[in-house]
Design a protein around this ligand. Structure first.
Ligand SMILES: O=P(O)(O)OP(=O)(O)OP(=O)(O)OC[C@H]1O[C@@H](n2cnc3c(O)ncnc32)[C@H](O)[C@@H]1O
Ligand SMILES: [Mg+2]
Length: 190
């Protein structure tokens, strides 16, 4: 375990309350973690790994210490993986109903939720990537609209939308939960 201390904690850089809430539920308080919202520039890139890596380098420079960032993508299979990393803007402009309508012309409503964490020990240090993926499909909204696109993502294995699940159930099967298992393994072995 890298020596995170109260003076030099691991900083989870995000401005998203839902992400932070789940992050804390999943990782608990096993070591000193603080949260900071740094406005990072989101680059346009081919791969989710490169987007998270760029975000991580900016965050490490801003914090000047160990950082963890994540980027979440929602990939519609009928659209070749789009909106992917651009889901935030599509959700903001179109809402749940509009996202469903985007797939109206396609039989295939399947989608993949992808969470990509990136860790750096500090500015100029190597960036480690941890990814979690969950299969599902896009459905008309069901369940409380507490977090992003949770009501319209029906997880494949359970047939429930993320929004219909108890928090523990979502965290066990979610893109974020799977990625954080890998993050924890790394932090515990490093
Ligand atoms: O500061 P950062 O960490 O970048 O936070 P963000 O809100 O900008 O997040 P992203 O760039 O990763 O955009 C992902 C979008 O998907 C949403 N989202 C992320 N994880 C989700 C989840 O588990 N369930 C539902 N919506 C989610 C999130 O609210 C955004 O609208
Ligand atoms: Mg963002």
């Amino acid at each position: 375990m890298p020596q995170f201390t109260a003076e030099r904690p691991l900083t989870f850089v995000t401005g998203n309350a839902g992400k932070l809430r789940e992050f804390k539920q999943i990782l608990g308080d096993s070591f000193p973690i603080v949260n900071l919202a740094v406005d990072t520039e989101e680059i346009q890139e081919e791969t989710l790994e490169k987007i998270s890596e760029a975000k991580c380098r900016q965050a490490a420079a801003a914090v000047n210490g160990p950082v963890l960032v994540e980027d979440t993508a929602l990939c519609f299979n009928a659209l070749g993986g789009l909106p992917g990393a651009y889901i935030k803007w599509f959700l903001q402009k179109l809402g749940h109903d509009g996202l469903n309508k985007m797939l109206a012309g396609f039989e295939d409503k399947s989608a993949e939720a992808v969470c990509t964490f990136a860790y750096s020990a500090g500015p100029g240090q190597e960036v480690k990537i941890f990814q979690g993926r969950t299969d599902g499909r896009i459905v008309p909204a069901r369940g409380p609209a507490n977090f992003g696109w949770d009501p319209i993502f029906e997880e494949k294995a359970s047939g429930m939308t993320y929004a219909e699940m108890e928090k523990d159930q979502k965290n066990k099967c979610s893109h974020r939960g799977k990625a954080l298992v890998k993050v924890r393994e790394f932090l515990e072995s490093a």
